[in-house]
Design a protein around this ligand. Structure first.
Ligand SMILES: *[C@@H]1O[C@H](CO)[C@@H](O)[C@H](O)[C@H]1NC(C)=O
Ligand SMILES: *[C@@H]1O[C@H](CO)[C@@H](O)[C@H](O)[C@H]1NC(C)=O
Ligand SMILES: *[C@@H]1O[C@H](CO)[C@@H](O)[C@H](O)[C@H]1NC(C)=O
Ligand SMILES: *[C@@H]1O[C@H](CO)[C@@H](O)[C@H](O)[C@H]1NC(C)=O
Ligand SMILES: *[C@@H]1O[C@H](CO)[C@@H](O)[C@H](O)[C@H]1NC(C)=O
Ligand SMILES: *[C@@H]1O[C@H](CO)[C@@H](O)[C@H](O)[C@H]1NC(C)=O
Length: 305
């Protein structure tokens, strides 16, 4: 029983300490810029004193500045040789005048009020370098008549651990994290005149670079127009003779019509060889009514040509 109570007390104490520490406030700073770390504590009494501590990642906590109710305040010259730290607002605000990369870490404010109660504020401060200008490497993978396959690789010359990369083109957006972002594209002639933007950002700054697809990709434009030319040419080769043939055929049928309409019936009178020695062929428009000879009628038609 006693042991259980003791355990509860220990847990309560741990929870109390943990709760008092609170979760740190995340704050991002840009290299060389000034920033204020301002506590969100509500102090209802005069501040007796306040202390700022700094714990660089993986190193020991050190006191950097202090404020006393006699209004004197100072920041440790040993820890701040360049006098970059300044206190305001009864020590509730710490200003860093020119942020350095080694300022990344946990800042802690410990405030003691008139009644000797204490409050703490924690800041998880991260310093970012401005994002350098991204570079873009283009690799032409494959070109054929209607497709141009390229790889666009956007990267920055930076040791920054994690950056957000966004490729933007048309109404597309693709995002990735790291030190570079490679995208593979299969471009149609329409896409290959489009601009491709690479936006790189960290929480405090951003930078962008843009490219057009390589000149080699626009070969497909020429290819396309060449294709059109070939289509036109083949159309000409196929359609023109067809048209000519059609005209000729039409012509021919009309001529045939005319010919058959104007067919002259020519009758030849062939006399029986038995009645005469020589056949006397007479041409007549109309068959003779009174032919002594045996008459053979035949219709001769001119065959168009
Ligand atoms: C920080 O706060 C102080 C006092 O409010 C102000 O004078 C100073 O300009 C602030 N600095 C920045 C970087 O905002
Ligand atoms: C300070 O007080 C305001 C309202 O008076 C409240 O919204 C805020 O949460 C308080 N902050 C803290 C850290 O208690
Ligand atoms: C501070 O934030 C970083 C990420 O921004 C995180 O990795 C780290 O654990 C945090 N530190 C604390 C003490 O919360
Ligand atoms: C980008 O291209 C250049 C020249 O082709 C090459 O030297 C460089 O290694 C490439 N960079 C990356 C990150 O691929
Ligand atoms: C683009 O074409 C030129 C010549 O047509 C060639 O020398 C060059 O290597 C090509 N570029 C790529 C990235 O393939
Ligand atoms: C280009 O890429 C597309 C899609 O990845 C693929 O289907 C096509 O075969 C590729 N074309 C060439 C010429 O490599």
């Amino acid at each position: 029983m006693l042991k259980a109570v003791a355990e509860i007390w220990v847990i309560a104490l741990v929870l109390h300490v943990w709760g008092e520490q609170g979760t740190p406030l995340h704050l991002n700073g840009l290299l060389s810029q000034a920033i204020n770390l301002t506590s969100d504590l509500n102090v209802t009494q005069p501040v007796r004193d306040s202390f700022w501590y700094f714990t660089p990642s993986g190193r020991r906590k050190k006191r950097i500045c202090e404020f006393r109710n006699d209004k004197t305040h100072h920041c440790d010259k040993w820890n701040d040789p360049r006098e970059r730290f300044e206190l305001y607002n009864d020590g509730m605000t710490l200003e860093i005048k020119s942020v350095m990369l080694e300022d990344s870490g946990i800042f802690e404010l410990l405030v003691t009020l008139q009644d000797r109660t204490t409050e703490t504020s924690l800041f998880n401060f991260t310093v970012y370098e401005p994002v350098p200008s991204p570079k873009i490497n283009i690799t032409l993978e494959n070109v054929n008549a209607d497709r141009c396959n390229i790889t666009l690789y956007c990267f920055v010359m930076s040791s920054a651990p994690m950056l957000s990369f966004v490729w933007k083109y048309g109404n597309q957006e693709r995002e990735s994290y790291g030190n570079g972002f490679r995208i593979e594209l299969s471009l149609t002639p329409k896409d290959s005149s489009m601009e491709y933007h690479c936006l790189v950002r960290n929480p405090v700054s951003q930078n962008m670079a843009s490219v057009l697809p390589p000149q080699n990709c626009s070969i497909i434009h020429n290819g396309q127009s060449r294709n059109k030319y070939y289509i036109m040419l083949s159309l000409l080769i196929i359609v023109f003779p067809l048209a000519v043939w059609f005209v000729i055929v039409m012509n021919r049928t009309t001529k045939k019509g005319e010919v058959s309409a104007q067919t002259e019936r020519t009758y030849y009178e062939v006399e029986d060889l038995s009645s005469q020695k020589m056949s006397n062929v007479q041409q007549a428009k109309n068959p003779p009514e009174t032919a002594k000879a045996q008459t053979i009628y035949c219709v001769l038609q001119r065959d168009g040509e």
